[in-house]
Design a protein around this ligand. Structure first.
Ligand SMILES: [Zn+2]
Length: 58
């Protein structure tokens, strides 16, 4: 048991309604679901759509 090393990396997915841009970044403290920010490509409102963890084997 527990012989495999597995790390869970949390990711944040930001989606923009204006230009349909989606961006996946590593989760940062303070990121909450549906939090709004300015879209870097069109300047409209982008929203955090998804926060999820991805298992990384090392
Ligand atoms: Zn946009």
């Amino acid at each position: 048991m527990f012989s495999k090393k597995e790390t869970i990396i949390p990711y944040t997915v930001v989606a923009c309604d204006g230009c349909k841009m989606t961006k996946k970044t590593e989760f940062a403290p303070g990121d909450v679901l549906f939090a709004e920010s300015e879209c870097p490509s069109c300047g409209k409102t982008a929203r955090i759509e998804k926060i999820f963890g991805e298992a990384v084997h090392s």
